[in-house]
Design a protein around this ligand. Structure first.
Ligand code: 3PG
Length: 240
C-alpha cells in the first residue's frame, strides 16, 4: 500500500508530474524570449496581406524604415504563404504571426518556424497548445479575469487588446495594480499620436498596430510611403 503524505491542513500533497515541470520551465523561457523580442522591436506593425505579391516588398519597406519585427495576421488566405516568403526573402525581418485563434492555427504557425505568435484573446485550449510548444506566444487579454487565466498557464506577457477601447492607459494602469509583474504589448487604437504615451508606461514592452502599414498604402503599393511612416514614428519615439 503506497504511503500518502498529508500536509498540516489535511490537504494531500502531490508531486508535480515531469510534464508539468517541463511545461512551466518552457513557458518561462518562452516569455523571456518574447520580452527580449518585444523590447528590441518597440513598435510592431500588424499586417493584413491580401495579395501574396505584396508580402516581400512590404517587409522590405518596413525594414527600410527601421521596423524589423512584423506580425503577419492570419486574416487572409495568403497569410501563411506571405510569412514564408518574408522569412525566405527578407532575412533582416523578424516574422511572427498574429490572429492565432485556436490550437489548429497554433499548430500551423508552429510548423512555419516563425519567431513568435500572438492572439487577440485566449481560450484554455489555445493556452494549452502554447504551453506544449516552444514558440514564444502572447495571448490577448482585456480584463483581469482573462489575465488571471493567462497567468494560470504561465503567461505573464500579454497583448492588451483592444487597448484604447478596453480602457486605454487608465485601464492598463488599473491592471498594473493587482498584476505588477505582467508586461504588455498594447494594440488596438495605438498610432503615431499616442505610441510614445503608451511606451512610457513601465509595464509596456512594445506597442502594436496597423498605422505603420495602412491597407490603402499596401493596396497602392506605396512602399516608400510605408517606409516614411516607419521612419517618422521611430524618429518621434526617439525624441520622446
Ligand atoms: C490588432 O489585431 O492588433 C488590431 O487589429 C490592430 O489594431 P489597430 O488597427 O487599431 O492598430
Amino acid at each position: 500500500m503506497p504511503c500518502r503524505r498529508r500536509s498540516g491542513t489535511g490537504r494531500r500533497l502531490r508531486a508535480k508530474r515531469p510534464s508539468e515541470t517541463k511545461a512551466k520551465m518552457t513557458t518561462t523561457a518562452q516569455q523571456n524570449q518574447l520580452v527580449a523580442l518585444f523590447k528590441a522591436a518597440t513598435v510592431i506593425p500588424v499586417l493584413t496581406i491580401e495579395r501574396i505579391q505584396d508580402a516581400v516588398p512590404l517587409a522590405r519597406a518596413l525594414v527600410a524604415g527601421g521596423v524589423r519585427t512584423l506580425e503577419v495576421t492570419l486574416r487572409t488566405p495568403v497569410a501563411i504563404e506571405a510569412a514564408r516568403a518574408m522569412m525566405a526573402e527578407v532575412p533582416e525581418a523578424v516574422v511572427g504571426i498574429g490572429t492565432i485563434l485556436n490550437p489548429a492555427d497554433f499548430t500551423r504557425v508552429e510548423k512555419l518556424g516563425v519567431a513568435f505568435g500572438i492572439s487577440p484573446g485566449l481560450t484554455p485550449d489555445l493556452l494549452k497548445a502554447a504551453t506544449d510548444s516552444s514558440l514564444p506566444f502572447a495571448p490577448g487579454i482585456a480584463t483581469a479575469s482573462e489575465l488571471m487565466m493567462a497567468l494560470s498557464y504561465g503567461f505573464d506577457v500579454a497583448k492588451f487588446f483592444p487597448a484604447e477601447q478596453a480602457g486605454g492607459i487608465k485601464g492598463l494602469r488599473a491592471l498594473g495594480g493587482p498584476f505588477p509583474n505582467v508586461r504588455f504589448c498594447p494594440t488596438g487604437g495605438v498610432g503615431e499620436a499616442n505610441a510614445a504615451t503608451w511606451l512610457a508606461e513601465p509595464n509596456v514592452v512594445a506597442v502594436g498596430g496597423s498605422w505603420l502599414c495602412p491597407t490603402a498604402e499596401i493596396r497602392a503599393g506605396n512602399w516608400a510611403g510605408i517606409t516614411a511612416i516607419c521612419q517618422r514614428t521611430l524618429k518621434a519615439l526617439k525624441g520622446a
